[in-house]
Each structure stands twice: as C-alpha cells, then as structure tokens.
Ligand binder design. Sequence first.
Ligand code: AMP
Ligand code: ZN
Length: 141
Amino acid sequence: MSHEDCLFCGIVEGTIPSVRVAEDERTVSFMDINPATEGHVLVIPRAHSKDLLEIAPEDLAACAVAAQQMAGRAVDVLGASGVNLLNCCGASAWQTVYHFHFHVVPRYDDDRDQLTLPWIPTPGDPDQIAETGARLRGDEA
Ligand code: AMP
Ligand code: ZN
C-alpha cells in the first residue's frame, strides 16, 4: 500500500528519482542524497509503514537482510572498514521521513572527525538501571 504524499513511496514507484542500488520483492535500496559518508544507502520496504513500531515483521526482516547485503557491498566494493546501521523512529529520534528506513552508513578508518558517537558513554546508577530493566520486563512493582 503506498501513500500519496510519501516521498519514499514515490521512490518505490519511480515517480521520484533515485539512484537505486538493489531491490527485491519486499525492499528497495537507494543512495541517500545527503550522504553521511561515501556509500550511505537507505533500505526501505516497498509497502508503506511510517516507522519501526508500525512496520510488519516480515518487511522488517526483509529490510534487515537487505541492509546486511548493503553493508557487505560497502566493505567489498567501497573498501569500508566498518558499517553503522541506523533507524530513527519518531521526531525525537531524528526521523524526518515517515516511511520506515534503515540507514546503512559505511565507515572508513579516517572518518572519525566526520562522524562521532551521538552520546557520551557515562556509567549509570545501577539501581536505576535494574529498576528500569524490571519495568521493561513487566515485573510487578
Ligand atoms: P531520517 O532523518 O532518519 O528520517 O532520514 C531521512 C533520510 O532521507 C535523510 O538522510 C535524507 O538525506 C534522505 N532523503 C531525503 N530525501 C531524499 C531523496 N529524495 N532521495 C534520497 N534520500 C533522501
Ligand atoms: Zn511511504
């Protein structure tokens, strides 16, 4: 199902131009027009769903496998030494296009100045961590 006003549905349908890299029954992979590094690819499901919470498990699985293939291609063809896989779900998590996508961002040994980890690893309060873990498990209070 495609959405009339959705940019990425337009890319799936071919009404919006894109540099396509791979496709299969469920997914399309194409170049990001604002690449974080050389070879930055977006992997999307053909079927519209707005984000990680909405996408059907079968489409999510297909996107994950396609993203793995794109990561392999980045290493084999572009000489990347690593890859970041990123999904943004919701405005607070930086999502700007509301058709699910994985960013496949090739990493290179000399790109440390270009991209940095978006948080500063700092030890948390162990009690708080355990308590939140219990809430996420659904333990009785
Ligand atoms: P996000 O901010 O996680 O929702 O990612 C949206 C991504 O889509 C951004 O990295 C944009 O650069 C990319 N983007 C937006 N429009 C296009 C387009 N027409 N073709 C390819 N990539 C696009
Ligand atoms: Zn869409």
